[in-house]
Design a protein around this ligand. Structure first.
Ligand code: ADP
Ligand code: MG
Length: 340
């Protein structure tokens, strides 16, 4: 197994990037010069970046390197889609211990390239450094959108419908399961982890997808959301971001929050309420958006998303109606709050 220290930084970059083929006409110059060159013509460009730090955002004990590379890209693309934009390019910067093998870094990049393939983006550059404190991956994504299509968080209006794509909470319970099996493994390394039957929630945690299809569907049915955000920190926290930015209140219904049957099952196994994972868990990377009530007919009964409530006047507060009918103020517990 070749160690990174044996081949050095330049050879490593070459090894990792030699197969890059550019796909997008907006990518004029990719890897290989002091900077990449892009030409977006008359479009607007959206830019986002995310930092993944070992021990904070991922645990190498149960995170396959290929999945890690894939997820590092996807979480950024999710942010681009949340602007109603189309991702086109990424840069990837890594800080990695010299003790890592070249093969291990190639594993990370195989996940990065898979995401590039599936989402049609070009890897156009990055930076590489050695590290003494674990692995860090930073991905920056760029996307394009026309001025008429861009969707912000601050434009939700009273009476707008509130919708979410997919289902929520699964990634959080996937994490709880991984952490549980890690503890079992730490006390008894001979015991095999119990992962059978949990494929869906594990995949949601380890290999999430960005909702490219939801953006395409909204275009297809000719609906422009009045506001949008991606769900990286739990429904509560994201909804409060929209309400705050738009100076509005909201009312959502617990029973309308889409939760997969397998999420429901594992929540019961952990003696938890599944919707708590949906509201306060994280990393679902679904889209939360609002749309005019005029679009109701186009939006109802669509398999891509669920109507979970409506925007209210700011004075009415931010309310969730629980399954037993009581009205509770939504608080942003967020990811970190329930992680302990
Ligand atoms: P510079 O000294 O100008 O920063 P580098 O030697 O760091 O250049 O990088 C050379 C080329 O390889 C640049 O195009 C850079 O964007 C790209 N690159 C460097 N590290 C990575 C990486 N980890 N992943 C993808 N591209 C990279
Ligand atoms: Mg450099």
């Amino acid at each position: 197994m070749t160690k990174i220290s044996e081949i050095g930084e330049f050879k490593l970059i070459e090894t990792l990037t030699e197969k890059v083929k550019l796909k997008n006409s907006s990518t004029i110059k990719g890897i290989g010069d002091d900077a990449a060159v892009l030409d977006y013509g008359y479009k607007q460009i959206v830019v986002t970046t995310d930092l993944l730090v070992e021990g904070i955002h991922f645990d190498l004990i149960y995170t396959p390197l290929k999945h890690l590379g894939y997820k590092a890209v996807v979480v950024n693309l999710s942010d681009i889609y949340a602007m109603n934009a189309i991702p086109k390019q990424i840069t990837v910067s890594i800080a990695i211990s010299n003790k890592f093998t070249v093969k291990a870094t190639e594993e990370i990049y195989s996940g990065i390239y898979l995401a590039c393939e599936i989402y049609g983006v070009d890897l156009i550059g990055g930076d590489t450094s050695s590290s003494v404190t674990g692995l860090t991956i930073n991905v920056t994504a760029l996307g394009e959108v026309s001025k008429e299509d861009v969707v912000y968080r601050n434009s939700a209006k009273k009476n707008d419908l509130i919708l979410v794509s997919g289902d929520l909470g699964s990634a959080y319970f996937g994490l709880l399961l991984l952490e549980r099996e890690k503890e079992v493994f730490k006390t008894n390394p001979d015991v095999q982890p119990k992962f059978e039957g949990y494929d869906y929630i594990l995949e949601r945690q380890l290999k999430p997808e960005a909702r490219k299809d939801v953006i395409a569907e909204l275009k297809k049915i000719n609906v422009k959301p009045s506001s949008m955000i991606d769900i990286s920190d739990g429904l509560s926290s994201e909804l409060l971001h929209i309400c705050k930015a738009s100076n509005v209140g909201c009312k959502i219904y617990e029973e309308k929050i889409p939760i997969d049957a397998s999420t429901q099952n594992i929540a019961e196994e952990f003696s938890m309420v599944a919707s708590v994972g949906a509201l306060s868990g994280g990393e679902d990377y679904e889209l939360l958006f609002t749309a005019s009530i005029k679009d109701f007919e186009k939006l109802k009964n669509n398999e891509h998303f669920e109507i979970i409530g409506h925007i209210a006047d700011e004075s009415e507060g931010k309310i969730i109606v629980t399954k037993d009918g009581s009205e509770v103020e939504i608080i942003a517990q967020g990811w970190d709050g329930i992680k302990e």
